[in-house]
Design a protein. Sequence first.
Length: 346
Amino acid sequence: MKLLVTGGAGFIGSAVVRRAIAEGHQVVNLDALTYAACLENLAEVDDNPNYTFLEADIRDRAAVDRALADYTPDAVMHLAAESHVDRSIDEPGAFIDTNVTGTFVLLEAARAYWQGKGRPNWFRFHHISTDEVYGSLGPDGQFTEDTPYDPRSPYSASKAASDHLVRAWAETYGLPVVLTNCSNNYGPYQFPEKLVPVTILNALAEKPLPIYGDGSNVRDWLYVEDHAEALLLVVQKGQVGRSYNVGGENECTNLQLVQKLCGVLDRLCPRETPYNELITFVSDRPGHDARYSIDPTRIREELGWRPSVNIDEGLMKTVQWYMDNETWWRALQNRKGVGKRLGTPV
């Protein structure tokens, strides 16, 4: 396939690009290179003849139109988004601007392109979203594709809005879309503001390991390479108009996750005292969702996909990658907000 990937210099987007190139697809990566983007994530494909990078903003209709006209993709995989909940608490406007308005602009450009091609049935608009649009679960139950939306943060509300736009463009204009909603991703190349890389890098620097509240918030953890595999499967074989929940089948509390990371670090980079002694509980995030849990039955039964990496193997791989790639993460330490507490209670 010829794929136009938005946000391909980000964490998940770059994993998709790398895997797509490895599978023999042609990829055009359209990215505005905002604070969390990193072209070094794509060094291994930079010289590949099937890879092209375009620095452009999804809100720039003319730039998106040119990309579609010049490269005539078979599918758009839309990953470009503001994605950090804490930042959305401090700067909600940026999330509305990129995630809602940007998705609208991209949908209109894709619709014009698709209509100009004669409405081909081979075209796909794949919108990549999050399980956070469903809100917060109690101690039991799981999110399915039919779970009502109940977003609780500016980030999840902006992603819910973009999901609704995509479905509306499918219903109103017939645009052939597929959607995916994923659980928490982790793995190599994750920007150092999320829980896993913050814990690893703070531990290596022997700094406190911050955990919000009492650490009881539950997440399902999905290794990013597994997610990339699932996304490429959905864009090729997913049913038009269908949404698919993509989960890692690795549910644990934030405290358990950090304790697992400490155990890995104790093995790979031992210090005089255990790393878990660095754990520090801090004031909770406003509106912190209690629990997310994905039911991945649909993608398993319809497309035959299941995650291949369990949480223990994935965390081992991730810690080792950060230990082996200090040059990569050192270069990001001075970017806006890195190393600072964001989204503090008001």
